[in-house]
Design a protein around this ligand. Structure first.
Ligand code: AMP
Ligand code: ZN
Length: 476
């Protein structure tokens, strides 16, 4: 598989450290609010990578952190702890909101068929690991104490900026918001490993440490949680593009300073979901959630389909018009799958050819839009329905779009509809007949005829009511 690496800035042949096994780390959510659908885009694309590696035969061990402490309102170590801000907003404790939003996050993941990683670890569960690594960094001279806080000294590294050619706009995230310079820092890029002093003395969660009572910085948590569970060599580290700097840059700095060797081989970054007015963010308070999409009638599978239609390294624009297009396309796809015959023997040669087409798409830097095209290729292929259904089931191990399940449900609905008892009452039968004729006229875009039937029924005292599930009526 060719997989783009943000460090080398090229698509490289993916080779894990240990043959047949992949260790994968994903930055998890900061659980101070609901995940927005931009966050969820990142998790969907990471999920497809995870699932495709498994599909390709790798044994994947995946770890994700839950940020329940240390992520300040600016990624550049300034501002208030996001968790504390959330707790104040909801008049709850930090741990209460952490639990609530962690549960909500995994509910969204489930609805979107995002696999739960093998290991999910909250930052507050690893304080001892943070202290161990920070102590070692101090001993090795990579960290220093100033004004009560412990900082990482970026001047000690040969190269600190590893992802330097990201868009200015992305690089500036966080730094831009950090208006105030921290006078304790020796170098502008230095970052906090452990806080004992901050502008916000009401920090709710604090722990004893060799440097006083305090709490960890955000970046140290991902390094430590990854090393704790996946050892000192990591195959793939993922996150959204805004995580590249400063978060992942700092993770690399501190992990490699601690380990004394290269840590992670592949850095995979998902570009943002934007709205027409720009970046989507939780802190701006203008975010869209999966529940909101559901309440507007979009199945979570439509959102997953929308995301898969574009490549993870391209930013994606969200609009309701784009969602409507995805909904129409998804429903048409389900209807086409529903029309497939189930009988027949699986045609091995056709199966292998289509499967190779699908794998080729994903082997090319996880090209999900071509993988979706491979689904349409199956429907068009010159082979029987049984082979097509088997292929769709196989592809859905990666795409997880529920195509067969939805298609079978649609067929069951149609069957139930066809078996509805016909009324004995001739008047009712006539009304229902006319409603069916009107529906057929509308489908044929013969709106004049449809209107004529509606008027004829109205004249007989029957008012038609069109709903999204069909037409009902009222008499009198
Ligand atoms: P957070 O909960 O803020 O720590 O973010 C969780 C994940 O979502 C991280 O991997 C972020 O990089 C990613 N992310 C944040 N905003 C967006 C966005 N607009 N589009 C896609 N991913 C995002
Ligand atoms: Zn992280």
């Amino acid at each position: 598989m060719q997989l783009y690496n943000s460090v080398t800035k090229t698509k490289d042949e993916f080779i894990p450290n240990e043959a047949g096994k992949v260790s994968m780390y994903t930055c998890g959510p900061t659980v101070y609010h609901f995940a927005h659908i931009g966050n969820l885009r990142t998790y969907i694309m990471e999920d497809v990578l995870d699932r495709y590696l498994r599909y390709a035969g790798y044994e994947v061990t995946r770890v994700m952190n839950i940020t329940d402490v240390g992520h300040l309102t600016s990624d550049a170590d300034t501002g208030e702890d996001k968790m504390l801000k959330g707790a104040k907003r909801e008049k709850k404790t930090v741990m209460e909101i952490a639990q609530f939003y962690t549960d909500k996050f995994f509910e969204d993941c489930e609805a979107l068929h995002i696999r739960r990683p093998e290991i999910v670890e909250p930052a507050t569960g690893c304080i001892d690991e943070f202290i161990k690594v920070i102590s070692s960094l101090l001993e090795k001279g990579y960290a220093y104490e100033a004004g009560g806080n412990i900082y990482f000294d970026t001047s000690k590294l040969k190269q600190y900026y590893v992802f330097h050619n990201f868009e200015e706009e992305d690089l500036a995230v966080g730094v831009r918001e950090g208006v105030e310079e921290d006078g304790n820092k020796r170098n502008k890029a230095d970052f906090v490993l452990w806080f004992t002093k901050s502008k916000f003395d009401d920090q709710e969660l604090k722990w004893e440490s060799p440097w006083g009572v305090g709490y960890p910085g955000w970046h140290i948590e991902c390094s430590c949680i990854s090393m704790k569970h996946l050892g000192d060599k990591l195959d793939i580290h993922c996150g959204g593009i805004d995580n590249a700097f400063p978060h992942h840059t700092n993770e690399i700095a501190q992990s490699e300073a601690y380990l004394g060797h290269k840590w992670c081989n592949w850095w995979v970054h998902v570009l943002h979901l934007n709205t027409n007015s720009g970046k989507m963010s939780k802190s701006k308070g203008e975010f869209l959630t999966l529940s909101l999409l559901k309440s507007k009638g979009y199945d979570p599978m439509v959102y997953r389909f929308f995301c898969l239609q574009s490549h993870y390294r391209k930013s994606l624009v969200f609009s309701y018009e784009n969602m409507d297009n995805a909904k129409v396309a998804y429903n048409k796809l389900v209807a086409r799958v529903a029309a497939l015959e189930k009988d027949g023997e699986i045609d091995g040669a056709a199966f292998d050819a289509q499967k190779a087409n699908f794998a080729k798409a994903l082997d090319n830097d996880l090209n999900t839009s071509l993988a979706v095209t491979a689904v349409y290729d199956v429907l068009k292929a010159d082979t029987n329905g049984a082979t097509k259904r088997a292929l769709l089931a196989d592809f859905d191990r990666v795409l997880c779009l529920d195509l067969l399940e939805k298609a079978d449900a649609l067929n069951r609905e149609k069957e139930a509809e066809a078996q509805k008892p016909v009324s004995d009452d001739p008047v009712i039968r006539e009304i229902e007949d006319m409603i069916a004729q009107r529906a057929a006229a509308k489908k044929a875009k013969n709106y004049a005829e449809a209107d004529r039937i509606r008027a004829e029924l109205l004249a007989k005292g029957v008012t038609l009511i069109d709903t999204k599930d069909g037409t009902t009526y009222q008499i009198g």
